[in-house]
Design a protein around this ligand. Structure first.
Ligand code: NIG
Ligand code: FE
Length: 407
């Protein structure tokens, strides 16, 4: 926490809403316990929140304070997107149009399109092109209220492009994850074991110095459970935290593997069964819900209500990527959480702030509006903070403040 720095007072907020729990990740009823202050202020000092409260409790402030009127606006914590794929070249608009006409995502992938078409475009983008792509994607996220994002590699699948992807995320303020096991690249002709020999031997040592976590796509047509275990154990040995793309189309053992290896999260869960729900709820692993991806692919939504009711820790993220979720909006994900996942607006807010910060091991500083937390806030153009979920596709982010800096 900084004790010095310029002071900024955001005053006359219609409402301020923040997850109330201090223990992260929040589970069960605590997930929906959001504290709401009417007619509120936030006082920042440098990059840190000094105080929050009701206007009538605000005492005279000594010294220089920049005052900003937030009349008619609501404040929520800066949104934390704990699952994105921003490091890619090209687009998949052609594939999107084919899918709109009935082609399936899995069939396109099996035919060498899908992820592999983005691999070709990402390799062709070069270091500068990749850096510029991540910069552009991160700016889109910021405009939607995201103040911290995780960004995965996984569209290079060669040494140079994987490392360039991780650097591009880092240089653009993101939290890098090495998705070194996303797909088997074309030059290895479907031989996942040979690809892992290469990735773990040639890429992991450098990736481990750039990334905070490793991720694997455990799915039919990608990597199987034995390969995922091999990849994750090696990455854990190199000091990386573990994440999994699991249960997206089929259950292939992602939850038991994540629990056994002490992973931070299993993400997707659209195909998770009642047994999977129970196993996740009994563990420390966070289930990351990606409803924009389920919507974009016309897939079943993850069993979010069952997970929360069983006591699982859940987070909410966009899965921003060119193929399965070309969507950088966490407010839209909050709307999907409320309309499709049967989560309350309060549960959705906690899931994409404090619980997402936990997935990124930053819950001591991010995800709440409280003294000592980083001064990351979203000002919503709304009379009630629940418009965050209510205003479907609305343009309600008035300002995104990061580390006390007014845009
Ligand atoms: O999280 N499922 C695996 N990976 C991404 C999609 C990648 C793509 O289609 O380009 C996901 O959905
Ligand atoms: Fe993903």
């Amino acid at each position: 926490m900084t004790a010095t720095g310029a002071r900024l007072l955001l005053r006359d907020l219609a409402q301020l809403a923040t997850p109330s729990g201090t223990d992260a990740p929040l589970r069960g009823p605590a997930l929906g316990e959001v504290e709401v202050l009417e007619d509120a202020f936030v006082l920042c000092r440098g990059d840190t929140i000094e105080a929050v409260g009701r206007m009538r409790e605000l005492r005279g402030l000594d010294g220089d304070v920049e005052e900003v009127s937030a009349r008619g606006l609501c404040a929520v914590p800066g949104l934390v997107d704990c699952h994105t794929h921003p490091a890619f070249g090209g687009d998949r608009v052609e594939e999107f149009s084919l899918r709109a006409g009935g082609a399936s995502y899995e069939a396109i992938h099996a035919g060498g399109g899908g992820i592999l078409s983005t691999v070709r475009a990402t390799r062709a983008a070069g270091v500068d092109g990749l850096r510029e792509a991540v910069r552009r994607h991160a700016s889109w996220m910021r405009a939607q209220g995201t103040t911290t994002y995780e960004g995965k590699s996984g569209y290079g699948l060669d040494r140079e492009t994987e490392l360039a992807s991780l650097r591009a995320v880092r240089e653009n303020g993101g939290v890098p994850t090495w998705l070194g096991a996303h797909a088997v690249p074309p030059e290895l002709d479907g031989d996942g074991d040979a690809y892992l020999d290469f990735a773990l031997g040639e890429v992991l040592p450098a990736a481990a110095t750039l990334a905070e976590a490793a991720d694997v796509f455990l799915e039919r047509g990608a990597f199987d459970a034995a390969q995922a275990r091999r990849y994750l154990e090696a990455c854990r040995g190199a000091g990386l935290a573990l994440r999994l793309h699991g249960d997206q189309f089929t259950e292939q053992g992602a939850i038991p593997l994540a629990v056994e290896l002490g992973a931070r999260s299993v993400d997707h869960l659209e195909a998770t069964s009642a047994d999977g729900v129970r196993a996740l709820a009994a563990s420390q692993v966070v289930g990351v819900l990606l409803p924009a991806s389920a919507l974009f692919l016309g897939r079943p939504m993850p069993p979010a209500r069952a997970l929360v009711d069983a006591g699982a820790a859940v987070a909410l993220a966009t899965d921003f990527n060119p193929g399965s979720a070309f969507c950088e909006s966490l407010p839209l994900c909050c709307s999907l959480a409320a309309t499709q996942l049967r989560l309350s607006p309060a549960e959705a807010l906690s899931a994409c702030t404090v619980n997402a910060a936990h997935v990124l091991a930053r819950s001591d500083r991010l995800g709440r509006l409280a003294p000592g937390y980083r001064a990351d806030l979203v000002l919503l153009d709304a009379p009630d903070w629940r418009y965050l979920a209510y205003h479907l596709g609305g343009n309600l982010v008035e300002r995104t403040i990061v580390a006390g800096e007014l845009p």
